[in-house]
Design a protein around this ligand. Structure first.
Ligand SMILES: Nc1ncnc2c1ncn2[C@@H]1O[C@H](COP(=O)(O)OP(=O)(O)OP(=O)(O)O)[C@@H](O)[C@H]1O
Ligand SMILES: [Mg+2]
Length: 222
């Protein structure tokens, strides 16, 4: 069983889109793949409890149905920083439930795609950060770079911190979140030169950014 942890240069950089695209690519190769969003803030109340849109999309894309609580063990209503949402809910986010949920999912499939929350150094509790999760789950990291002005700095800082924390940066994906970005090719060339990991794909700005549109754009070699 091998999984992957998806982080990004920021919130809204395309982590969910890339996660779904990778799931589809691995599924097309015959693998059974599940998605996971361990921590989500910004949830709606459903008859079965709090549900997050990313987690529901990852669940729907899974090769088989899995319990929501395993896909998203920590769900908080307000769309705010997760450690603050947790504190407001009187909960401390801990590694144990995340690791147990991950192991339960991993036992049932070939690969789990785990989407982070926000960017790489987002705190989850006084004792835990997003950047601790790949080590705890023993997963390589894929960095989604939301292509916009400032992304080179964010991408290099994130890549540096991934390595400094002893994690494996398996690759990065450039995602065209800004249709007005200038010098896109030159930015991509710079990212390619300076991020010491392979580029697994470049996604242009898409009017309808569905995972199906990513077919052939991602190299899911990991
Ligand atoms: N290549 C693209 N072209 C156009 N729109 C895009 C592209 N990639 C992402 N988007 C849009 O940008 C928004 C953020 O994308 P997405 O939800 O995948 O980001 P995220 O990093 O998972 O965000 P979050 O931090 O909330 O989890 C969505 O509305 C998505 O449809
Ligand atoms: Mg997301």
């Amino acid at each position: 069983m091998s999984g992957v942890f998806i982080t990004g240069t920021d919130t809204d950089c395309g982590k969910t889109l890339v996660s779904l695209g990778l799931m589809a690519a691995w599924q097309a190769r015959g693998e059974r793949v599940l998605g996971m969003k361990p921590v989500a803030s910004g949830c709606d109340l459903s008859p079965s409890g709090l549900c997050n849109a990313d987690a529901l999309r990852l669940l729907a894309k899974g090769s088989h149905a899995a319990p929501y609580e395993l896909i998203n063990p920590y769900a908080f209503a307000p769309p705010i920083a997760p450690h603050i949402a947790a504190r407001q809910a009187g909960i401390e986010i801990a590694a144990g439930p995340i690791a147990r949920a991950y192991r339960a999912l991993a036992a049932e499939c070939d690969r789990v795609v785990v989407e982070g929350v926000g960017g790489w150094r987002v705190p989850l509790s006084p004792r835990l950060s997003v950047s601790d999760l790949p080590g705890i789950l023993d997963l390589p990291v894929i960095l989604v770079v939301g292509l916009k002005l400032g992304c080179i700095n964010h991408a290099l800082l994130t890549a540096e911190s991934i390595r400094a924390r002893g994690c494996t940066l398996a690759g990065w994906v450039g995602n065209g979140v800004d249709p007005r970005m200038q010098a896109g090719e030159e930015n991509l060339a710079t990212l390619g030169e300076l991020i010491e990991a392979p580029c697994l794909g470049v996604i242009p700005w898409l009017e309808h950014p569905t995972p199906e549109r990513l077919t052939g754009l991602l190299n899911p070699f990991v």
